[in-house]
Design a protein around this ligand. Structure first.
Ligand SMILES: [Fe+2]
Ligand SMILES: [Fe+2]
Length: 132
């Protein structure tokens, strides 16, 4: 293995460690806001990681040199990068939509309660004014 290949392997292993840590945080996330932030972070991390793996100095170089017979496996894994990106994008879109719906609901209920409060105080004022 050349120095460049060893460096490439080390970088990919470091990336995998960072991704595993982020996945552990993502898997334990129970709050939608936190989930959305972690997914945004994961999207950026995977973009960089996948781009490096697919680059000429990434996995292609190491596998082609050390285990050329396994290149079809590598191509299948590279194909899965696109599917994983799609999964992250869909989940991120869903969690962002969830936050937008939450904001709309909070705003609607606040307006609703304010209108009722205004109606009640107005009716009470009219009642006091009428009887007094
Ligand atoms: Fe990877
Ligand atoms: Fe990969």
């Amino acid at each position: 293995m050349t120095t460049t290949e060893a460096g490439s392997q080390r970088r990919i292993q470091d990336d995998h460690r960072s991704i595993r840590e982020l996945l552990a945080a993502l898997g334990g996330s129970e709050r939608v806001g936190e989930l959305t932030g972690l997914l945004e972070e994961l999207r950026g991390m995977l973009d960089t990681h996948f781009a490096f793996e697919e680059s000429e100095t990434g996995m292609r170089m190491v596998v082609a040199d050390q285990s050329p017979e396994r290149m079809p496996e590598l191509e299948a894994l590279f194909h899965e990068h696109g599917e994983i990106r799609g999964d992250v994008a869909r989940l991120l879109e869903t969690s962002q939509a969830c936050l937008r719906l939450r904001d709309a609901l909070v705003g609607r209920i606040k307006r609703h309660e304010a209108q009722e409060a205004e109606l009640l105080s107005s009716a009470l004022y009219d009642d006091i004014g009428g009887s007094g």
